[in-house]
Design a protein around this ligand. Structure first.
Ligand code: IDP
Ligand code: MG
Length: 137
């Protein structure tokens, strides 16, 4: 079975009109868009999505940031897409993300309590299954 991952274009990516550019990079890499929706999630969805980060100093700012505007949720398919999209996205801190990556090319540090880094990608098959259920149920 072909692997699937959850990609989110976070509110900063949507607000900066980078949705097309980010989708372009996923498609140019050769992955398939299986499903896509523009969502304004409930706080409870974000609490579940980011449960592993509860209690960290950036947790509340992260949830507030993710509630600040619409998000594009995408079901993306392809062999090794979980790993492959994380490579396309680049590392969490956009200042340190490699040029050539989404975060490295399009993101920067804005001096806020949470890093606004444009995209989310599932980090394991278990996370992907859980997150796809959460965002596409
Ligand atoms: P990831 O998105 O690269 O998988 P995670 O560690 O899962 O990174 O963190 C979730 C999100 O929380 C990040 O994408 C970023 O927006 C924010 N974040 C993570 N670590 C920090 C931090 O140390 N300072 C500020 N924001 C952070
Ligand atoms: Mg993560």
């Amino acid at each position: 079975m072909v692997e699937e991952t959850l990609v989110l274009i976070k509110p900063d990516g949507v607000a900066r009109n980078l949705t097309g550019e980010i989708l372009r990079r996923i498609e140019a890499k050769g992955y398939s868009l299986v499903d896509i929706r523009l969502v304004q999630p409930e706080r409870s969805v974000l609490a579940e999505h980011y449960a592993e980060h509860e209690g960290k100093p950036f947790y509340e700012p992260l949830v507030e940031f993710m509630l600040s505007g619409p998000i594009v949720a995408i079901r993306v398919a392809g062999n090794r897409v979980i790993e492959g999209f994380r490579m396309l996205a680049g590392t969490t801190d956009p200042t340190l993300a490699a040029p050539g990556t989404i975060r490295g090319d399009l993101g920067r540090d804005w001096g806020l309590k949470v890093q606004q880094n444009l995209v989310h990608g599932s980090d394991s098959p278990e996370s992907a299954a859980r997150e796809l259920d959460l965002w596409f149920s």
